[in-house]
Design a protein around this ligand. Structure first.
Ligand code: HXC
Ligand code: NAP
Length: 300
C-alpha cells in the first residue's frame, strides 16, 4: 500500500484496539498497517503463528506502535475464547473486529468433496460467527461499544460459480451483518461489510487464478470498467472509514469496492465455464501445492 494515500488525519485511531483475523497476510495485513499508522493498537491472528509474528515485527519497525500476533484457528471455538481472554486480560477490551480470515479455491462444484466444502465453510461461515459472537457477548456483558466489519465478496449479491462454498458462506456473513446490526444496535454495537473486487494477494491469486502469470491478469480480459485492479490504499481507506470514529450511524451496510465490475460483468468466475477437464486438473494441482506449502507453516 502507498501509505501516503491514506485520507485520514494522524491519530484518528488513537484509543482503538482492533483484532484483524487473517491479519498476517494480504488484505488483513494492509488494513493492519493502516490502523497502526493512524494510531490504533492492532491484534492479528491466523494459523501460521510465525507469519503473524513476522508481520507484527515488520509493521512495528516501520511505524512504531503496537501490533500483537496470535496463533489462533478460528475454526476452533475454544481457541477463539482463549485468545480473547488473553487479549482482554493482558491488553484490555477490543474496540473493533475485522472478520477478514477466509479460505477459498476454484473448483467445479461437482468435483468438491464434503471435506472440501467444510474446509471453506468452517472458516468463513462458522469461524466468522464464533469470533463475532464471542467478542459481541463480551461487549454486551461489559456494556462496551463495539464495531465489526467483515470482508465479503460481490458474489453475495449475484452468486459465485466455481466458488460455491465461499459464495454461500460469504452470503451468510452478509446476512449476519444485517441481522446483528438490527439485533445488537441497541447495545451500541454496529456491523458493516466490504465487498472487494480483485485486489491481488498471494493467498487469493494462487487459489483463484493459479493460471495467472501477473497480477494484471486478474483484470480478466480487461473486464473491469475502470480497466484495472484495486489499489490497497483504496480498500484500507474504506475500512478505516467504517471502523473509525465519526461514521457511527452507518450500520448494517455492505459496500462494494470493485470499480463497478459486478454491475458490468457479474464480477465472478462465470468465464471458467469454458475450461476443459485438463485445465481443471492443472489448476487443482497448483492449488493443492499451495495449500500444502501453507499448511506446513501452521503452528495451530
Ligand atoms: C477441489 C480441493 C481443492 C481444489 C483442496 N481441496 N483444494 N478440492 N479442488 N483445488 C479439498 C481437498 O482435496 C480436501 O478434500 C479438502 O479440500 C481439504 O483440503 P486441505 O488442503 O486438507 O484443507 P486445509 O488444510 O484445511 O486448507 C484449507 C483451504 C486452503 C481452504 C483448502 O485453501 C487454505 O488454507 N486457505 C487459506 C487462505 C485462502 O484460501 N486465501 C484465499 C482467500 S481469497 P478431500 O476430500 O480430498 O480430503 C477469497 C475471495 C477472493 O476468499 C475474491 C476475489 C474476487
Ligand atoms: P489471504 O492472504 O490468503 O488471507 C486469508 C487469511 O486468512 C490468511 O492470513 C490465513 O492465514 C487466514 N486464515 C485462513 N483460515 C484461517 C483460520 N482457520 N483461522 C485463522 N486464520 C485463518 O487472502 P486475501 O486475498 O488477503 O483475503 C483476505 C480476505 O479478503 C478474505 O476474506 C477474502 O475472502 C477477501 N477478499 C479478497 C479479495 C482479493 O481480491 N484479494 C477479494 C474479495 C474478498 P493462515 O493460513 O495462517 O491461517
Amino acid at each position: 500500500m502507498d501509505i501516503d494515500q491514506l485520507m485520514f488525519r494522524p491519530g484518528l485511531m488513537d484509543g482503538q484496539r482492533i483484532l484483524i483475523t487473517g491479519g498476517g497476510t494480504g488484505l488483513g495485513k494492509e488494513m493492519a498497517e493502516g490502523v497502526l499508522k493512524l494510531g490504533g493498537e492492532v491484534h492479528i491472528c491466523s494459523r501460521r503463528g510465525g507469519v503473524c509474528e513476522e508481520t507484527a515485527e515488520e509493521l512495528m519497525s516501520k511505524h512504531g506502535g503496537k501490533v500483537v500476533p496470535h496463533a489462533c484457528d478460528i475454526r476452533v471455538a475454544e481457541a477463539i475464547t482463549e485468545m480473547n481472554d488473553r487479549i482482554w486480560s493482558a491488553h484490555g477490551p477490543l474496540t473493533g473486529l475485522v472478520n477478514n480470515a477466509a479460505g477459498n479455491f476454484i473448483s467445479r462444484t461437482e468435483d468438491l468433496s464434503v471435506r472440501g466444502f467444510d474446509a471453506i465453510s468452517n472458516i468463513v461461515f462458522r469461524g466468522t460467527f464464533c469470533m463475532t459472537q464471542d467478542i459481541g457477548k463480551r461487549w454486551i456483558d461489559q456494556n462496551l461499544r463495539g464495531n465489526v466489519i467483515s470482508i465479503l465478496t460481490t458474489w453475495v449479491w449475484n452468486g459465485g460459480p466455481f466458488v460455491v462454498p465461499s459464495a454461500m458462506s460469504k452470503s451468510a456473513v452478509n446476512t449476519m451483518t444485517q441481522s446483528l446490526a438490527t439485533e445488537w444496535g441497541r447495545y451500541g454495537l454496529r456491523f458493516n461489510a466490504i465487498a472487494p473486487g480483485p485486489f491481488p494477494t498471494e493467498g487469493m491469486t494462487k487459489r483463484l487464478a493459479p493460471q495467472a502469470e501477473t497480477t494484471e491478469d486478474m483484470n480478466r480480459d480487461g473486464r473491469n470498467p475502470m480497466g484495472r485492479i484495486g489499489f490497497m490504499h483504496e480498500l484500507v481507506n474504506l475500512a478505516v472509514f467504517l471502523m473509525g470514529p465519526g461514521a457511527e450511524y452507518v450500520n448494517g451496510q455492505t459496500i462494494a469496492i470493485d470499480g463497478a465490475a459486478y454491475n458490468a460483468t457479474g464480477g465472478n468466475f462465470y468465464q471458467l465455464s469454458n475450461w476443459s477437464d485438463e485445465d481443471w486438473q492443472t489448476a487443482r494441482n497448483a492449488i493443492e501445492a499451495t495449500n500444502a506449502k501453507d499448511r506446513a507453516k501452521r503452528t495451530v
